[in-house]
Design a protein around this ligand. Sequence first.
Ligand code: IPE
Ligand code: IPE
Ligand code: MG
Length: 250
Amino acid sequence: MALFSSSTQTIPVTGDIPQHIAVIMDGNGRWAKKRFLPRVAGHKRGVEIVREVVRLCANSGVKYLTLFAFSSENWRRPADEVSFLMGLFMEALQQEVGKLAENNIRLRMIGDCSRFEPALVAKIAEAETQTAGNDGLTLTIAANYGGRWDIMQAVKRLLADNPAITDSFTEEDLSAYLSMHYAPEPDLFIRTGGEQRISNFLLWQLAYSELYFTDTLWPDFDEAEFKRAIESYQQRERRFGRTSEQLIAD
Ligand code: IPE
Ligand code: IPE
Ligand code: MG
């Protein structure tokens, strides 16, 4: 059984504050380039913004924050940038886990860990265990994540567990195997850096998310920018297929 209802099966209850925000943190490289710095300087600065956005979400009552840190296609980047990102990831885990634990934040990772160094995989597992009892904000880091990978792994695991199910399974059966089975679908999707695309992020889960794109580069995404995104969200009419008149009547 899935924990949360699906936006295509029932109409979700929504509020002024998004329960779940999903973010494509884009523009680190361009931020650095503008300053004549190496691209990796932008990634370093990006980690500081993560810390700030986690704080803003926790203080605003957001329950789930999901950040796209490394896509399944980012392996196509130069090897030195990939290995810098892996190192940064490890370092950030080491430095931040204690603080997350203190602040009642639960850390979870989604993505295909099989390509990571064993030390990183162990560190991830340790961080997840250390924060597993926290019931404040759930911070999910998507690393080596791809929306298509997610759907494929869910189908494979569903069929492996239920060989006789063949074509009789439901959306709900499948969504229980998706990486984000423990969270409601994102209410708000934010992409910084000016591009207006999903880049293989949460393909299934973004079905009815409100999309917000800003030209601001991730290392410049501050509290004012965060508030702008929330305000934009608050002005949306989330119809989920219905008419405006139906919403008013409700
Ligand atoms: C996002 O910033 C971070 C990752 C993809 C890891 P980019 O590195 O994509 O920055 P731009 O888009 O090149 O500016
Ligand atoms: C998406 O950003 C992935 C992350 C932010 C981790 P990219 O910079 O990799 O996306 P594309 O390649 O421009 O679509
Ligand atoms: Mg980019």
